[in-house]
Design a binder for this molecule. Structure first.
Ligand code: UD1
Ligand code: CA
Length: 476
């Protein structure tokens, strides 16, 4: 249920081409710290619990639809095709037929402001309803208002109109209060305004912004909320703005983690953490880290320097991860990873483990207190607890001809010697040993030693006699 007194629906305008991005990908599908701009906006709207989210698509509609089918918002939603795209007013007109019986508030947002928070939107809708306005717009003050619509206010301070940058006079261009393209509309009252929009402007478009002058002329109650944080409402139109928004999201996240979660971030400028990442108290993030995804990190960890963690990951407490790359994996507490480890694809590493340098662990479960300290590949394997994997141990999990991957199982307390190859499928029992350089092709029983290598032969005085032979050949 929505927390607002009147029924609430949201409209996301996502049909524009985003020409200035110069991209084959629709603008709204560009990621900002790992999550698509559109997904970030839908997340914020979900928090408001509207009845429905209407998404206007147009440019790249097939790609946007495919994305929405795969990652739908929580709220009931529908798409509305705008073809051709004749402006923001024309975009809202496409939703109109679906709103015939709707008598509440419509929250309209552009699809290019990924920093927009649920808090800001909630306060905005509350203000609109508390003041019983027919139309409320969200504006903000910026130092450089170029390209934005400017808010025109009368002598009493009341909002009269929005003028687009391209249509503005030199005098109007000096105004620093700009339109964020976020509005609350009382639908039945404003619906007729949409059919009255004209495209007699520099861009030949039907501007949604003209609804402001339309309602002012009809003496409807207009409100304007000035957003305190201009960063949050910044729209992305080019790759430069994409980079700026990403940087702003980084700064906001690092500040929040430092101030609210008690995380030490040594060098915030070189530390990129997505806003959804959760980090426990007294964890330190060293320079050069890139933590992007649905990630949970416990307390008192040391992450970095130069560590990349992506996808859905959990990391326990008091764990250290140095110069390593982790994707979609779970790592326990009191564990030490790296330097230069690669943990990937649903690897599960328990507590008190040691995964050392140049070790790759893929889709494997590693029991508690198990060590894989150097130069190994462990793929599609289950290792028990207190296992010791010698340097250079490889699980040969892939059969190139059948294309199949097979599993290796190693019981508790077992160990492998350096340079051993475990040809899967194979089971190594508990408390057993594999001798160095052994190629294991058959299962090893509990408590047994597997040795599979050429027996060593020492040829007495071989070197001395060979040298003497060569010397006598030269002399003759
Ligand atoms: C718009 C506002 C401007 C405001 C700025 C804030 C208008 C006319 N101008 O300008 O006052 O300062 O946002 O960022 O509204 N879209 C459609 N269909 C269309 C055209 C656009 O769905 O036919 C969508 C776009 O995908 C985008 C949003 O509407 O998400 C805004 O369009 P955009 O072209 O970015 O407008 P601006 O020029 O930035
Ligand atoms: Ca824009």
């Amino acid at each position: 249920m929505s927390t607002f007194p009147r029924p609430l629906r949201a409209v996301v305008l996502a049909a524009g081409q985003g020409k200035r991005m110069k991209s084959a990908l629709p603008k709204v599908l560009h990621p900002v710290l790992g999550r698509e701009i559109l997904a970030r906006i839908l997340d914020a709207l979900d928090h408001l619990n509207p009845e429905h989210i209407h998404i206007v698509t147009g440019h790249g509609a097939d790609q946007v639809n495919a994305f929405l089918t795969k990652f739908p918002p929580r709220t009931p939603w529908s798409t509305h095709l705008q073809e051709p795209q004749l402006g923001t007013g024309h975009a809202l007109t496409q939703v109109s037929p679906s709103l015939d019986s709707f008598t509440g508030t419509l929250l309209v947002v552009p699809a290019d402001s990924p920093l927009l928070s649920a808090n800001t939107l909630t306060t905005f809708v509350q203000q609109h309803s508390n003041e019983s306005c027919t139309l409320t717009l969200l504006s903000t003050m910026v130092d450089d208002p170029r390209n934005y619509g400017r808010i025109l206010r009368g002598s009493s301070g009341a909002v009269q109109a929005i003028v687009e940058d391209k249509d503005a006079s030199d005098e109007q261009r000096k105004i620093r209060e700009i339109n964020t393209a976020i509005y609350c509309l009382e639908w039945p009252a404003l619906k007729p305004g949409l059919s009255d929009l004209k495209n007699d402007n520099k861009q030949g478009e039907y501007y949604l912004t003209d609804l402001v002058a339309w309602s002012a002329a009809r003496e409807m109650k207009l409100g304007a909320t000035i957003a305190a944080d201009a960063d949050e409402v910044a729209g992305i139109n080019s790759r430069i703005e994409l980079a700026e928004s990403t940087r702003m999201m980084r700064d906001h996240t690092n500040r929040r983690l430092a101030l609210e979660s008690g995380v030490t971030i040594i060098d915030p400028q070189s530390t990129w953490i997505a806003p959804e990442v959760r980090i426990g108290r007294d964890t330190t993030v060293l320079p050069g880290c890139y933590l992007i995804g649905d990630i949970d990190i416990g307390e008192n960890c040391i992450i970095g320097p130069n560590t990349q963690i992506t996808g859905r990951c959990t990391i326990g407490s008091r764990t250290t991860i140095i110069q390593s790359h982790i994707t979609s994996s779970d790592i326990g507490s009191d564990t030490r990873i790296g330097p230069f480890a690669h943990i990937r694809d649903h690897a599960e590493i328990s507590d008190k483990c040691r995964i050392g340098n140049f070790v790759e662990v893929k889709k494997s479960q590693i029991g508690a207190s198990t060590n894989i300290s150097h130069l190994s590949y462990i793929g599609d394997a289950s290792l028990g607890s207190s296992v010791n994997i010698g340097a250079g141990t490889i699980t040969a999990n892939y059969d190139r001809i059948s294309g199949k991957k097979s599993r290796t199982i190693i019981g508790d307390g077992s160990s492998t010697g350096s340079n051993s190859v475990l040809v899967a499928p194979v089971v190594i029992g508990t408390d057993s040993m594999v001798a160095a350089a052994t190629v294991v092709t058959r299962d090893v029983p509990d408590g047994a030693l597997a040795v599979g290598r050429a027996r060593q032969e020492n040829k007495d005085k071989w070197v001395i006699s060979r040298r003497e032979r060569l010397r006598s050949e030269v002399c003759t």
